[in-house]
Design a protein around this ligand. Structure first.
Ligand SMILES: [Zn+2]
Length: 424
């Protein structure tokens, strides 16, 4: 049986890679996710799953669990998500989850091959989203395709779901809306994020803010006497980094004992200035801020605002307090018990497939797993391929790791769905 299963995974691997190439080619930055979802829909339908499009509203969400809706200029009409389910009428026994959205690819001229033209070389597939995380859809598809060959009746009595969500990279509202409005839930969820074939059980909190720094503008000949808004903003960012490092000392993350920077500050975007000989009066800094798992998003917002106020108040070069607004993630930290059945059984499946049991780990980042764990009391874990340069230049995924992950996932699914016990 195991030999047949691995042979079936191997036999369909190239189709899975072709699926991944089609997904990468369908550029799915925020607001433009629909063509990639169509590809997902086609491939899962062809496997015999029933697919359903779940409309996704661009309206500003008032749900306190949600992130801040992206600005209107990146939104499009008719957005939706796709839930694929094995045939039947009962509830889902287990759900696979992937996010179809990818981050933008700035500086495409720095890429070896264009970011949205998939390229296979050196045993990898390159392209924006190849690693984070369109490879996860290839893993899920490949495991299901192999199961169809060797155990076609596996889902006859208990149903499996495979959900493709949007906005994982900016708000997390996709997974939230699918669960809350459409009941896309199961007692266990596996998110096929790239984890280097490890089992990721947790993440820290993440807040996105825009900080508008104001300075006294003027001619460049006075540049030595007044500090311009870009320089002021840079000082504020240094202050925030010191604050975040202090947070690690006061509130370390117990599951990340060796990481001295679990709460990273990332300056992702700066908009300022209009003239080389003018000191800019305003600068807008878009910043991602990590925060401790024990804080709520509301607490994090209050603490960040207080930290900024404190840094600015202590520096006489700032003429006024900056304006701070939330722009995306209001994501609280999360952690699944490493002794949960989901982690243990997935680990056992990996041991069976590859001879090693992966260690559960936590990262200083976030995933949609938090939504299931924190808001729906559902066991959720991330497991997937080996990815390189995620969000960066020449992002890629190791193709063999897609095959390896599919072997683990297929074993896990066979064990789960062979167990007929009815869950609470
Ligand atoms: Zn991801």
């Amino acid at each position: 049986m195991k030999i047949e299963l691995d042979q079936a995974v191997g036999a369909h691997a190239d189709e899975a890679f072709t699926f991944l190439e089609s997904l990468v080619r369908a550029k799915s930055t925020v607001g433009a996710e629909q063509p990639a979802l169509e590809v997902f829909d086609q491939y899962l339908s062809a496997l015999g799953l029933t697919t359903e499009r779940l409309p996704f509203s661009n309206d500003v969400s008032v749900d306190p669990r949600s992130g801040v809706t992206p600005p209107a200029e990146v939104q499009t009409e008719g957005r939706y998500q796709v839930l694929a389910r094995t045939p039947g009428t009962g509830p889902l026994r287990l759900m696979l989850n992937g996010h179809i959205d990818v981050v933008p690819a700035e500086s495409p001229e720095l890429w070896t091959t264009p970011p949205f033209e998939p390229s296979r070389r050196n045993g990898r597939l390159y392209g924006r989203g190849a690693g984070d995380m369109k490879c996860g859809f290839a893993i899920g598809w490949l495991a299901l395709r192999a199961i169809k060959d060797v155990q076609p009746d596996l889902f006859a009595t208990q149903r499996l779901g495979f959900l493709a969500v949007i906005e994982e990279e900016c708000t997390g509202n996709g997974a939230l809306v699918a669960a809350d409005q459409y009941g896309a839930l199961a007692p266990e969820v596996i998110l096929l994020e790239p984890t280097d074939l490890g089992i990721m059980v947790g993440g820290v909190g993440v807040l996105w803010v825009d900080i508008a720094v104001v300075a006294a503008s003027g001619h460049a000949l006075q540049a030595d006497s007044s500090v311009n808004s870009i320089d002021l903003g840079a000082r504020l960012m240094d202050g925030l980094r010191d604050w975040a490092h202090g947070l690690w000392k006061s509130t370390p993350e117990p599951s990340m004992p060796s990481d001295e920077n679990p709460y990273n500050i990332n300056v992702g975007k700066v908009v300022a200035g209009d003239w080389a000989s003018t000191a800019p009066s305003t600068a807008l800094f878009s910043v991602r801020i990590g925060f401790p798992r024990e804080w709520s998003a509301t607490t994090a917002e209050a603490k960040v605002r207080a930290a900024i106020e404190g840094i600015v108040a202590a520096d006489s070069a700032f003429p006024s307090q900056p304006t701070v607004i939330l722009t995306g993630f209001r994501a609280e930290g999360y952690l699944l018990d490493a002794d949960s059945a989901l982690v243990k059984d997935l680990s056992a499946a990996h041991l069976d497939a590859h001879g090693t049991a992966p260690e559960p780990f936590t990262l200083g980042s976030t995933t949609d797993a938090r939504t299931y764990l924190n808001h729906f009391d559902v066991s959720a874990v991330c497991f997937g391929a080996i990815a390189y340069d995620m969000h960066g230049i020449d992002e890629s995924v190791d193709l063999q790791s897609i095959v390896d992950a599919a072997k683990t996932l297929a074993r896990f699914l066979i064990a789960r769905f062979a167990d007929e016990r009815v869950l609470e």
